[in-house]
Ligand binder design. Structure first.
Ligand SMILES: [Zn+2]
Length: 413
């Protein structure tokens, strides 16, 4: 066990377990008994500081004290290149949104084009360390493509269960990385159940965030990085879209642990953004229980999660940061895809642009004041869902192969 990981704790009943002994709490069961990985941040702080970090590799593995496994030592160094994505200053977007400062942390540049690489790199490193030759997950798309990527790097067979309707760009990526893709004629929940049954039957390593408590620790690295990259210019808020709930839980945890370790002396509030059609975690923040929406959907497929498994972790993380969760419409998300590309030079997939849409909404609602200083997490690249993007940004101008036609159009603009 890495030196600073101490134990696992159930987010529902607080029972504690030795690391490696359970995936979910046996008292609360596999649905409610999600486990949180607990670290001794006092011990981590002995070796984790701004000085020591400055000398470390620019990947998630720079935070060794706060990870559940060691950096993989593989002939292909791909897994050592994930993380440490840039933060882009976006003043034109900030002006458009009517707030003081906006920075975008662009995980669309990660190896497979999404934030999920942070979880998959930990999952595949742990699978490789355990000697597993196969790994599996159910996914709305990005978790699976990132797992397929990391598994290909590590020489492990990836088995993916997706619900029918996943964007073609994501399916193409999974297949290109050599994954076995089961496109399930059913919902995401059906795909999830089949992946769980298959892991039990065939002994595949289970990369489902709902039952693998270590994956959030990979997602946490985005919060650790935001803290470090913004150490001298802290944001008031960090905005991120919310689907299953483990991404926002990880970011909140990363920010908190960097404060506990003394790397930063500030805290930021977390702004979760759900789609109006599928916003069970926003409601759970008020009611403290999960009501599964009967109808409603969103075209932002990465956050179309009607039965989020990690809702309690998300609610706890948002509350601890004194943050909140709001919802935006699909039209507001489409508008944010266009403005993020045009005003910040970043092509975000719909679920990623939802974070930007959430800033606009939070400003309108008075949650953010005009001087607000926000970092928004861009969780996925726009190329992953071309149909979704095109519905937001219009079509090219058709012209005849005749220069006079170009002149007419340019002069008319
Ligand atoms: Zn429990």
């Amino acid at each position: 066990m890495p030196p600073c990981m101490t134990h696992l704790q159930c987010v529902a009943c607080n029972a504690t377990y030795e690391a490696g002994t359970q995936n979910t709490c046996p008292i609360c069961g596999p649905h409610e008994g999600i486990l949180d990985v607990i670290f001794d941040t006092t011990r981590a702080a002995v070796t984790l500081s701004r000085d020591t970090l400055n000398a470390r590799e620019q990947s998630v593995w720079r935070y060794a004290e706060l990870l559940p496994c060691e950096a993989p030592n593989l002939p292909n160094n791909g897994l050592r290149t994930i993380g440490w994505t840039p933060i882009i200053e976006a003043p034109a977007l900030a002006a458009n949104l009517g707030i003081g400062r906006v920075r975008l942390k662009d995980d669309g540049r990660s190896a497979s084009g999404s934030f999920k690489d942070r979880a998959s790199v930990v999952g595949v490193a742990m699978a490789a360390a355990s000697g597993a030759t196969s790994i599996a997950c159910a996914s709305t798309g990005n978790a699976a493509t990132s797992m397929a990527h990391c598994a290909a790097v590590a020489g492990i067979q990836a088995n993916i269960f997706v619900a029918r309707g996943a964007p073609e760009g994501k399916l193409a990526q999974m297949l290109a990385y050599g994954a076995r893709v089961f496109e399930v004629d059913g919902t995401y929940d059906d795909a999830y159940k089949l992946s769980r049954q298959s892991c039990a039957e065939f002994g595949w390593y289970d990369r489902n965030c709902a039952v693998n408590p270590y994956l959030v620790e990979g997602k946490k690295t985005a919060g650790l990085e935001i803290a470090e990259q913004c150490a001298d210019n802290p944001p008031d808020w960090v905005a991120v879209s919310v689907g299953d709930g483990c991404t926002i839980a990880g970011i909140a945890k990363g920010l908190r642990q960097m404060r506990e370790c003394g790397v930063i002396d500030w805290s930021a509030r977390v702004l979760g953004v759900q789609a109006e059609g599928v916003a069970p975690i926003m409601k759970a923040l008020e009611t403290n229980r999960l009501d599964i929406p009967k109808v409603g959907t969103t075209y932002a497929d990465s956050i179309n999660v009607p039965v989020p498994r990690n809702w309690r972790k998300a609610v706890n993380g948002v509350r601890a940061s004194n943050g909140t969760i709001i919802a935006v419409s699909d039209d507001e998300i489409r508008n944010a895809v266009a403005t993020t590309g045009r005003l910040a030079g970043i092509f975000a997939e719909p679920a990623a642009a939802a974070a930007v849409a959430g800033i606009a909404k939070a400003r309108q609602d008075g949650v953010l004041d005009p001087n607000a200083n926000v970092v928004a997490m861009i969780t996925g690249n726009g190329l992953k869902d071309i149909r979704g993007a095109l519905s937001a940004i219009g079509k090219p101008t058709r012209v005849k192969a005749d220069f006079k036609h170009i002149v007419e159009i340019v002069n008319a603009d």
